[in-house]
Ligand binder design. Sequence first.
Ligand code: URP
Ligand code: ZN
Ligand code: ZN
Length: 460
Amino acid sequence: MGLLIKGGEIVTADARYVADIYAEGETITAIGHDLEVPPGTEVVDATGKYVFPGFIDPHTHIYLPFMGTYAKDTYDTATTAALCGGTTTLIDFCIPEVNEDPWSAVDTWTSKSEGQANMDYTWHMAVTRYDDKVGEALREIVRDRGISSFKVFLAYKGALGIDDASLFSTLSLAKELGVITTAHCENADVVLELQKAFVDAGKLGPEFHEPSRPAWVEAEGTSHFAFMLRATGASGYVVHLSNEDALRRATEAKLQGVDIYVETLIQYLLLDNTYAELPDFEGAKYVMSPPLREKRNQNVLWAALQAGVINTLATDHAPFDTVQKQMGKDNFCLIPNGIPSLEDRVRMAWTHGVATGRLDIHRFVDSCSTAAAKIFGLFPRKGTIALGSDADLVVYDPDWEGAISVETHHMNMDYNPFEGWPVKGRCAAVTVRGQVQVVDGEFTGQKGIGRFIKREPQHF
Ligand code: URP
Ligand code: ZN
Ligand code: ZN
């Protein structure tokens, strides 16, 4: 059965017009006015609504063993929540333990996701240690498994963090293979020293998380990564950039010709360090790394997002509930790091970006969808509305008004960091490859239809 999205205002990264969209099967096969469609076609009336390309979240953690526990969502709960919020493709991270064979991690992530996702997904392949055997496995994974992006953690020393020798080798391989490397940029050694100083001084609450990883620690990590990119000629992507100083480092590198891209998060645009200072351990809900920053950074991040200096807007969805957060009740260093937001990114960016005039509607589509598709080799299959593209579409009703709440969200979480925040707009319909998965913000579709998307290297 075909699908007709009728009479909506189509908005992509670079175009805006009213038309019908028809998908015969999984891909868009016609765009035009008053399209004639076969009998039995499913019709979604989009009159008075926007039609966007399905949104892409390039940074999520669905299956994540981390800091002595596991992130709470499954591929089922996470993709349901993502779809309800308009995200139709996500890029998760496949992360081997330091001494684990990369293929073994691929097998684990496969077992956690295959047949359990309700929308399409892919992974960045994390490198936590490099030797010749790891290098050989990475070559195979890029070639045979269709994973064309790496991930390195410059933070988390003694856990996921990578040393400089491994970083240099990983970037050299990435350059050879045309793979882009994403990086968590914080100076791990300095973080350890600062954490130790706070703990020794008896400063143990969540409010000390940010001062233990100050903005300059992230700026230094960003410079370091950029310098290594320059030295190797590799392409890079700074994940979850939180502050002005770090942004200046990445931008300087761009101006020097380094092929470097920047991602920020909806959390950094809307929440600040005072949330982690909330009393009675409430602040633990707002502990993530890099930490929420001083509010003054937000204007800079919004402006950079609008200008395209920041390329993408992601979530770094890493859900740990209030019971798990208690692991750090006597020592902030043990609070599992992460703030859930997979479901809320798009509507919060709309409400606080587009609706307030801070973010142009095309930059909204670009930063929440198209740019990630282009950087990570999903375009034009994903990230746009065009003949031959997957019929991943969001029909957005801008007139709906409501509020965010743990009572109504779909993430497997017992809190929402944006509890009570007003929202404008919701997804009237969300489709995945021509199949309606969400109606009026609720999942109504078919479970398990999500596929792993193979990607080709393209950063040569
Ligand atoms: O606090 C965070 N960001 N948790 C998830 C792991 C990571 O660093 O992305
Ligand atoms: Zn990170
Ligand atoms: Zn992350």
